[in-house]
Design a protein around this ligand. Structure first.
Ligand SMILES: NC(=O)C1=CN([C@@H]2O[C@H](COP(=O)(O)OP(=O)(O)OC[C@H]3O[C@@H](n4cnc5c(N)ncnc54)[C@H](O)[C@@H]3O)[C@@H](O)[C@H]2O)C=CC1
Ligand SMILES: O=C(O)C(=O)[C@H](O)COP(=O)(O)O
Length: 377
């Protein structure tokens, strides 16, 4: 059996080698001829799976995307050709929520506000949005929820309209990129939306670049409207709008989901699905591969104050590291894709165990576990 795996997929060669011959490919440069006589294709979001790519895919029976988003795959085309497709729902959801909290801590520091005095509107209440809820609750941050698909069936949570959500102090988008249906997300943030926002509203996009009209955002920001903005995703990646960069507060190269756990979990999920597809049992597991984290944990000598919590989060992941790399390399330097291909190791908050000395009660530690840190075994 022949299997192609994206070169930016940790542990893919080790995991898929048990099925046959594995070849690593550059996901953005995959050509139709590379798919001749290939049985399985394991990709990430940079590989557009469409009619043009599959012209020579004479033996392809399985496509796996080690990602949450699937907007890069023509799923109906694969179904029409009886080619199985799986993605990795939730694989890096914790990682994106870690990214968001790190970014909010930075903005609160830069703009001298207390997150507990703010309301966050969570647009999209799926795997990532629900983890953002956990983190907001752990930090005592008020939040609003906007998700027209979830609202009708969810009897436990209150939801608001997008118009009402737009009145929040902070708006964070965790929606798929959709272009049709009743609530398409393509350019859901357009010039009218941006112009109606209260000055000072914080915008965070770690979903897909096209959810925010980047040209409209540039026009509104360059006209002087104060909208502190965090962009992890950009229209037309990897060729992002250079003029936008100096106008956003935090800029990163589509890495919100790039913790080692998040990427590896995506690989493991499609490995397991491919084993099922082949009628085989899996023989390897993620924990066999994940290296011991550099920061194994923290033992608190006093109850965690908000300042301590922020220091703990930033000790594991500080988004300013990635903003600095982006501003140094994404445009003039080695480039957007280089930054993602050679992304410096980053672990999820879950990789760090939190303990406390006897003066610290389990009740005082509970918010840290809700925030995503791990409990001792
Ligand atoms: N920047 C990054 O590295 C990453 C980005 N993503 C992106 O984040 C998206 C969300 O991820 P998950 O939460 O895991 O997906 P999910 O599918 O679990 O949740 C998405 C939620 O958005 C809701 N939704 C859809 N259209 C909406 C609209 N117009 N308004 C409000 N809500 C709407 C859905 O009902 C669903 O509850 C992914 O589709 C992907 O595009 C995901 C992982 C990493
Ligand atoms: O999982 C998703 O959806 C994401 O956006 C991933 O973070 C995308 O990472 P790549 O597949 O572009 O490496």
């Amino acid at each position: 059996m022949r299997i192609l795996v994206d070169e930016n997929m940790p542990y893919a060669r080790q995991l898929f080698s048990e099925f046959g011959q594995v070849e690593a490919i550059s996901g953005r440069d995959l050509t139709p001829s590379k798919l001749k006589n290939v049985d399985g294709l394991m990709i990430r979001s940079v590989t557009k799976v469409n009619e043009a790519l599959l012209t020579e895919a004479n033996k392809l029976s399985f496509v796996g995307s080690a990602t949450i988003g699937t907007d890069h795959v023509d799923k109906s085309l694969l179904m029409s050709r009886d080619i199985s497709f799986v993605n990795a729902p939730g694989c890096n959801a914790h990682s994106v929520a870690d990214y968001l909290i790190s970014a909010l801590f930075v903005l609160a520091q830069q703009h001298q506000f207390n997150l507990r005095d703010k309301t966050v509107a969570i647009i999209g209440v799926g795997n990532i949005g629900t983890r953002v809820i956990d983190k907001c609750e752990a930090l005592g941050i008020n939040y609003l929820l906007c998700d027209p698909f979830k609202a009708p069936a969810d009897a436990f949570r209150q939801y608001v309209s997008l118009e009402e959500a737009a009145r929040a102090d902070i708006i964070t988008f965790h929606v798929p990129l959709t272009r049709d249906g009743q609530y398409p997300t393509f350019h859901m943030v357009d010039e009218a939306f941006l112009s109606a926002l209260n000055p000072g509203t914080v915008l965070v996009n770690a979903s897909r670049g096209e959810v925010i009209d980047n040209k409209a955002l540039y026009r509104v920001l360059s006209q002087g409207k104060q909208l502190p903005t965090v962009l992890d995703v950009w229209e037309n990646e990897p060729h992002v709008m250079a003029e936008l960069l100096p106008l956003v507060e935090l800029a990163t190269a589509h890495i919100a989901g790039y913790s080692l756990e998040g990427k590896a979990r995506g690989t493991e999920m499609i490995y397991q699905a491919f084993a099922d597809h082949c009628g085989r049992r899996v023989s390897q597991h993620l924990e066999d591969f994940l290296p011991h984290p550099e920061i194994a944990g923290f033992n608190l000598g006093q109850p965690p104050t908000p300042e301590i919590v922020q220091r703990l989060v930033h000790a594991v992941y500080d988004v300013r590291r990635d903003d600095k790399l982006f501003r140094e390399h994404a445009l003039a330097g080695k480039g957007f894709d280089w930054l993602r291909r050679f992304y410096p190791e980053r672990r999820e908050l879950s990789s760090a165990v939190i303990t406390g000395n006897p003066s610290v009660t389990s009740l005082q530690l509970a918010p840290l576990y809700q925030l995503g840190f791990s409990r001792p075994d």
